[in-house]
Design a binder for this molecule. Structure first.
Ligand code: HEC
Length: 132
């Protein structure tokens, strides 16, 4: 019984401390929207719809596989981002160019920015078409 309880407690601890990204895509999207809503990101972003800026799934497609993607994107969120997407050219993903400047997001703590970036990078992008 003691062993069982210790095991249970261990599992609970692992779950509460791990910042693990869920495997389920619906759950990933749910968590992205929850954070984005809390910090006002939805004014300009959506997962799939172009709003004032690039949809998160397109951002994921561009940065997935880049080793320093998390660091770069957290910097863009916390430090502002200017005209990066003008250079990337969202047209290759079938998205029209939009606003070119994201002011630095003061309200979101760094840990939360890191969390949403990891979630964004875990979006399934297998259906995003890239024009050559
Ligand atoms: C006022 C509109 C606005 C708000 C609010 C906003 N963004 Fe952005 N976001 C933009 C624009 C515009 C860009 C494209 C900037 C560029 O091209 O450099 C962008 C780019 C990004 C990128 C890609 C940066 C890169 O380096 O390619 C990420 C990630 C991102 N936003 C996440 C967020 C998150 C998370 C929030 C909420 C905490 C947020 N944004 C709030 C307008 C906004």
């Amino acid at each position: 019984m003691k062993k069982f309880l210790a095991g249970l407690l261990g599992t609970a601890l692992i779950f509460s401390f791990s910042n693990a990204v869920p495997k389920n895509q619906k759950e990933i999207e749910k968590q992205i929207l929850k954070i984005a809503k809390k910090y006002g990101c939805l004014t300009c972003h959506d997962i799939d719809k172009p709003k004032n800026s690039i949809p998160y799934r397109i951002i994921a497609k561009e940065y997935q596989g880049q080793p320093d993607a998390v660091k770069k994107l957290v910097q863009s969120i916390k430090g502002a981002s200017f005209a990066k997407w003008q250079k990337i050219g969202p047209e290759k993903y079938g998205v029209k160019p939009m606003a070119i400047y994201m002011p630095r997001q003061r309200s979101i703590p760094v840990e939360e920015a890191e969390k949403i970036v990891k979630l964004i990078l875990s979006l399934d992008t297998s259906k995003v078409k890239v024009k050559k």
